[in-house]
Structures are given as structure tokens and as C-alpha cells.
Ligand binder design. Structure first.
Ligand SMILES: O=C(O)CCC(=O)C(=O)O
Ligand SMILES: [Fe+2]
Length: 275
């Protein structure tokens, strides 16, 4: 296997391996690469829905997403799709998946199934590099903080998606979510300190109102999104990306209006987070 960085701080492209048939030691190296780099990209994979599910189970378990439509024949696969006449895409703002769960999903395995003729890239940003680059006084300010996360405002009946033409495609409008996590977590496998707030699901710091929290949340978001912290993936048929929701944020570009895009996602189960 060969590992090539996609950008100075974020992402790694892995060649010389077939995800569907990798050995246990290859699987272990792949896991370490994703924990460390935040996202790994694999090209020219033959990866059927059966392979996708087998891989997720082998990694350590599958969390089924409560909001996205599910693949008809394979209910553990969430379908991330946008029709040619839809304006709004799924995941089109910086976020990390499932941070509103007590035990957030470790990451996702996303497979390109139908791509627009151009556009529809996905970006990731590295939250270890983001934390490291903060000034010492900011680190001291956030090291002991905790924050509250929920998805309710995004997915509820009159929520953010419901106000768009993506609303009708989603499920779970009545669910109630909420979890408190440290603002700075330690990666459960690498031990690296990571910034763990995100603009999509983090509402407030514990002990502060939303209004009191917003300036610091915005400051942290801006500090996290430097160009060198980010990487960008141009999908091709056969591309698979696997990311770590603790190490990275991601953002799906919505620059292919009038075209169909369909991705298959399996969400990998995670573990409790600690400072
Ligand atoms: O469609 C994409 O590229 C990613 C969408 C997303 O945010 C996700 O699947 O979690
Ligand atoms: Fe996402």
C-alpha cells in the first residue's frame, strides 16, 4: 500500500489496496491512516453494496443514519442524493456527522454511485491541526469547556432542511437529540488533541446561552478553516472516501445544479469522547 498526502495537514490517498478484499493488517494500517489524516481516499474500487456493508461490519459496526433515505435493498446504507431539480444538497456546510449523539459515529464510508459531469467535490478540514494552530490563550480558554450539540434545529418539521427543497427527501423530523461533549477531545486512538465543536450542530457552551456562545464559536470556526488545514476530493467512478468524524470536519460542494448526484454512505459506530 502507498500513502500520499492530499494537502499539508489533511487527507491521504491510499493506493495498492482493494477495500473489499484487504487483509487484517492492511485494515489496521487503513484505520491508523484515517485516524491520523482525518480522511482517506481510495480510487478505482470495485465495491458493491454487499462489500460496503461487509466492510462496515468488519471495521466494528454500523450506525444507521436517522434522517437520510435508506437504500431500498440494503437498509444499512444511507443514500446521499440530489435530484437535478433540487437546489439544496445534503451536508453543504462545514460539519461533522452525528456529534449530537452521546456516542457519536466514528466516521463514514462514502461511495460514489452517480456523479455530475463536473463539480460535487467534498472538502475536509483537520481538527488536530486546527487546535494546534490556536494561540495559547485561546487553548487555555477552551481546554476545560464543554458544549451542547443537537440536530433538532436542522431536521425538525420546520427546521433548516424543511425550509428547503431537500426537506421532503429526509426522515426523522420528530426525533429529539442532544449531547454534551468536551470542546477539546483527545482522539481515542492517536491521543491527539482535537477541536470538537462545529457550526452545524454545536449550539452553546455549557453554562452560556446561545448568544453568549456565538462569538467564540464563530472565532473557533474561522480559526479552524485555514487553507492549509483543508483538502479537497474530486470524485471519480470507483472512488471511496472514509473519514474520521473526530479528526475532521467536511463540507459537500453544491456546484452542480441541474445534475444528479448519488452517494452511498455507511456510518461507522464510534466510542464515547473524552477530554
Ligand atoms: O455528499 C457528500 O460529499 C458528503 C455529504 C455528507 O455530509 C455526508 O455524507 O455526511
Ligand atoms: Fe456529513
Amino acid at each position: 500500500m502507498e500513502f500520499t498526502r492530499m494537502a499539508p495537514e489533511c487527507g491521504v490517498e491510499v493506493s495498492g489496496v482493494s477495500l473489499a478484499n484487504c487483509s487484517d493488517s492492511e485494515m489496521e494500517s487503513i484505520k491508523q491512516a484515517i485516524y491520523e489524516h482525518g480522511v482517506a481516499v481510495f480510487r478505482e474500487q470495485e465495491f458493491s453494496p454487499e462489500d460496503h456493508i461487509k466492510f462496515g461490519r468488519r471495521w466494528g459496526g454500523i450506525d444507521v443514519n436517522n434522517y437520510f433515505p435508506l437504500q431500498d435493498d440494503f437498509n444499512e446504507i444511507a443514500v446521499v442524493k440530489k435530484d437535478p431539480d433540487q437546489q439544496t444538497n445534503i451536508g453543504g456546510a462545514w460539519h461533522t456527522d452525528h456529534s449530537y449523539d452521546q456516542i457519536p459515529a466514528m466516521g463514514s464510508v462514502l461511495v460514489a454511485r452517480h456523479l455530475p459531469p463536473q463539480g460535487g467535490d467534498t472538502m475536509w478540514a483537520h481538527m488536530g491541526a486546527a487546535y494546534d494552530a490556536l494561540p495559547d490563550d485561546m487553548k487555555a480558554r477552551i481546554d476545560e469547556l464543554e458544549a451542547f450539540h443537537t440536530a433538532d434545529h436542522v431536521y425538525k418539521e420546520d427546521g433548516l432542511y424543511a425550509q428547503t427543497d431537500m426537506g421532503k427527501s429526509l426522515r426523522g423530523q420528530n426525533l429529539k437529540t442532544g449531547a454534551v461533549h468536551p470542546v477539546v477531545i483527545r482522539h481515542p486512538h492517536t491521543g491527539r488533541k482535537l477541536l470538537y465543536v462545529n457550526t452545524a450542530f454545536t449550539i452553546n457552551f455549557v453554562g452560556q446561552t446561545r448568544e453568549e456562545s456565538l462569538p467564540l464559536l464563530t472565532e473557533l470556526t474561522n480559526a479552524a478553516l485555514t487553507e492549509t488545514n483543508q483538502c479537497r476530493l474530486q470524485w471519480k467512478p470507483g472512488t471511496v472516501a472514509i473519514w474520521d468524524n473526530r479528526t475532521s470536519w467536511h463540507n459537500a460542494m453544491n456546484d452542480y445544479q441541474g445534475h444528479y448526484r448519488e452517494m452511498h454512505r455507511i456510518t461507522l459506530s464510534g466510542e464515547a469522547l473524552a477530554a
